[in-house]
Design a protein around this ligand. Sequence first.
Ligand SMILES: NC(=O)c1ccc[n+]([C@@H]2O[C@H](COP(=O)([O-])OP(=O)(O)OC[C@H]3O[C@@H](n4cnc5c(N)ncnc54)[C@H](O)[C@@H]3O)[C@@H](O)[C@H]2O)c1
Length: 389
Amino acid sequence: MSTPTRRINRREFAQATLLAGVAMAAGISAAAQPAKRIRTGVIGCGSVSHSYLPVLTKSPFVDVVSLCDIRPERARDQAERFKIAHHYPHIDQMLAGEAFDFLVNLTDMQEHEHLNRQGLAAGKHVWSEKPIANSLADGQKLLRTAEQKKLRLWGAPITVQSPQFAFMAKTLAAGMLGRVAAAHADYGHEGPNWSSFFYEKGGGSMPDLMVYNLTSLTGLLGPAKHVSAMLSIVTPERNIDVKGKIKVTEEDNAMVLLDHGKGVISHVQSGFNYFNPHGHDGSGEQRHTISFVGSGGFMGLVGYDWAPLGVDLATHAKPKLERHCPDAQGYNWQQGAALAAECLATGKELLVTPEHALHVLEIITAARESQASGRRIALKSNFKWPVIG
Ligand SMILES: NC(=O)c1ccc[n+]([C@@H]2O[C@H](COP(=O)([O-])OP(=O)(O)OC[C@H]3O[C@@H](n4cnc5c(N)ncnc54)[C@H](O)[C@@H]3O)[C@@H](O)[C@H]2O)c1
């Protein structure tokens, strides 16, 4: 059906120009203007909401209509700061309140699964911070529910969306490292001090930190077939703001080996006891935090995969290390939910998939099983690979 054309007035023109400017500032193509804004509700108004809400509220594809937190003062304060009309102290009230289509879940790691389930049951598309669920089986049930209800479910992190990930994927696919043999990745800091869930059952450095490296390594080398791990607790008690002293019951020190098939092995480590001069804001990190080696070359990612600064490459043909891809090209780790809303509005697909997030979740639970049993664990799940064809 065609719609009659009409001249737009000066105000509409100014608004369209402003939206295009915001779209470009958000790193989104101005040509891909939205058919609509996606009515969005954000649950969890703690630390990470300070990173998400500036991006969501600037996105031309998003209309944040409500916020929710079981600490109501947090939802109220963020609603005031970001000029969001509605805020609620519980998901039941949020779902019964102002209508919306897209739930962005930024709560404690252990809360994601049941809130994601409740969101899907209420007919909402869901973007979840990591992990999507507490186990592979429960995550797969969520995904089946989403598919049956024709809803979308996505989970952080979005490391596969960076231009540096694309460069590394293409370099590996072109065979520039020869026969790829091994990879190493690491991420750690001294641990968050604002919430205890990071150290309690279902928390730990793997779902909080290693999840980024696991997503990048499986995204680049393919799904893992087997996992072996050693995990430990280095600091059995911690001081958490407001709460005081707590017991650490989930690993804060993790070493994981992955077998990607065809002889390719990777090693990943994460922890909450890592001296890190950059603290939680690792955006100034200059080291190679992920490296690959093969019979014909070496490749190192400069900085962390969630805030990459470039890729160094040396090959037989050019043995002196050269820096490539130093530009973020609009990518930032906080933009996942905004990209998902863009997908809902325009149909533009993400490289991030729930199957990949669930594979990474299976690796984390298998690492725990390996530590408990002393065995090497076979994995069942898979995802569409290569991520970049
Ligand atoms: N803080 C960061 O820099 C950061 C960065 C990337 C990802 N993440 C991820 O984001 C998630 C949240 O982390 P955070 O650091 O913001 O934690 P946080 O403790 O600062 O915030 C979590 C918020 O969720 C609220 N909440 C918990 N259960 C709830 C429920 N059932 N209903 C409504 N609200 C509820 C809490 O009251 C709290 O305000 C975690 O999955 C974390 O791994 C955090």
